[in-house]
Write a protein that binds this ligand. Structure first.
Ligand code: HEC
Ligand code: HEC
Length: 319
């Protein structure tokens, strides 16, 4: 924070400096100094002025605390909850919070390494009882997963963008029960957001990372079964919708990644058994392999019932 403010001070100083030079150039006696100097210094004043404004907005948004309250809950941690939570965590959370994508969820991976700009560090949190869980209430963890805000009420830049916010209340509670049941792993790596001024300006100031609409009220999962409705929910648990789009019809290429295809036309030509086979092996019925961008290794951990529901969902009319 202090460094961000110092850099901001530098940017402001540059804006003022060029503003002053512009003023001096315009008042100069020589005509060419007036025109060339005035234009150059004026332009730089505008540039640094704009950077100042975007940075100030970015810092303000990044450090603003949410008004979404921490729910007052106490999770029992029954064996059934822990088992369900472990299943969900094994599909998605482990990919980022795991160590080399395996349990334990000790975190420590800097996700900012994948972003082609030096915006600081975004480190996955240690979600074992040896890490942040120590001083997080069940309610604080619930709000982090559902609405993407940390203990201090600030937006969690990565977590807030994930489709796990659509998990049912019961499933979020199950995940928290599992997190608390793990063996503690201690780590020195401070997890969380350590975003610099450039990151604040680009993500928050320029609006590349909008805070998602808050979710209020209770979310209940549809009844389990081989139905398109439950399949859509399975696509949330499996984080399929995060890549293939909210209704699984594909997403165009963007600043954050390449295009992801619509799987529906392919799935329409496969039997249920073939679909499960593709998800379990990464190989299509015609023998071709799925590109590495499709994390079938994670989908392969889904139980048959969930894959069957997914199949029903992908064959049904788009919803
Ligand atoms: C795409 C990577 C990714 C996935 C998948 C992911 N997380 Fe996170 N998570 C992060 C990062 C990075 C942070 C650090 C703060 C930030 O930048 O969002 C974080 C922070 C958190 C926090 C806040 C910890 C604190 O300081 O209070 C919780 C809780 C959490 N994650 C739970 C989960 C759970 C549960 C899952 C699975 C359902 C999950 N995460 C899946 C990347 C991920
Ligand atoms: C990290 C992003 C990502 C996630 C998460 C993801 N997919 Fe994919 N998926 C892709 C990409 C990229 C391809 C294209 C692979 C290729 O061209 O070979 C793909 C391909 C597919 C295909 C094959 C389409 C074809 O070309 O034959 C199916 C089916 C599919 N995904 C289903 C799923 C399901 C179901 C889930 C959730 C369990 C899921 N995907 C999760 C990125 C993703």
């Amino acid at each position: 924070m202090i460094i961000n403010l110092l850099v901001l001070l530098l940017v402001v100083s540059l804006a003022v400096l060029f503003g002053w030079l512009c003023y001096r150039a315009i008042r100069a006696r020589k005509l060419w100094v007036k025109i060339a100097g005035g234009l150059a210094a004026g332009l730089l004043t505008l540039v640094f002025g704009a950077i100042t404004v975007i940075s100030v907005i970015g810092l303000a948004k990044m450090n603003a605390a949410t008004s979404i309250p921490v729910p007052n809950i106490k999770i029992e941690g029954t064996p059934a909850q822990i088992a369900r939570g472990q299943y969900i965590a094994s599909l998605g959370c482990v990919g980022c919070h795991g160590v080399k994508e395996q349990f334990p969820l000790a975190g420590g991976t800097d996700m900012a390494g994948e972003i082609p700009m030096p915006i600081g560090a975004i480190v996955t949190s240690n979600l074992t009882p040896g890490g942040v869980l120590k001083d997080r209430s069940d309610g604080e963890l619930f709000r982090a997963i559902r609405n993407g805000y940390g203990k201090d009420g600030k937006l969690l830049s990565f977590m807030s963008q994930l489709s796990y916010r659509q998990l049912s209340d019961d499933d979020i509670k199950a995940v928290i029960a599992f997190l608390r049941s793990q063996q503690p792993v201690t780590s020195d790596q401070p997890g969380g957001d350590h975003i610099n001024l450039l990151g604040a300006a680009v993500f928050f100031g320029a609006g590349m990372l909008p805070a998602p609409a808050p979710i209020e009220g209770v979310i209940t999962a549809p009844p389990r079964g081989a139905t398109p409705e439950y399949g859509k929910y399975a696509a949330t648990i499996g984080d399929c919708r995060g890549c293939h789009g909210p209704d699984m019809t594909g997403t165009p290429a963007s600043a954050v990644g390449p295009a992801v295809p619509n799987p529906r036309p392919f799935v329409a030509t496969w039997t249920r058994e073939q679909f499960i086979q593709v998800m379990r092996t990464g190989t299509r019925p015609d023998g071709s392999k799925l590109a590495p961008g499709m994390p079938w290794q994670s989908a392969s951990k889904m139980i048959d019932d969930d894959l069957t529901a997914l199949y029903m969902y992908l064959k049904a009319p788009v919803q």
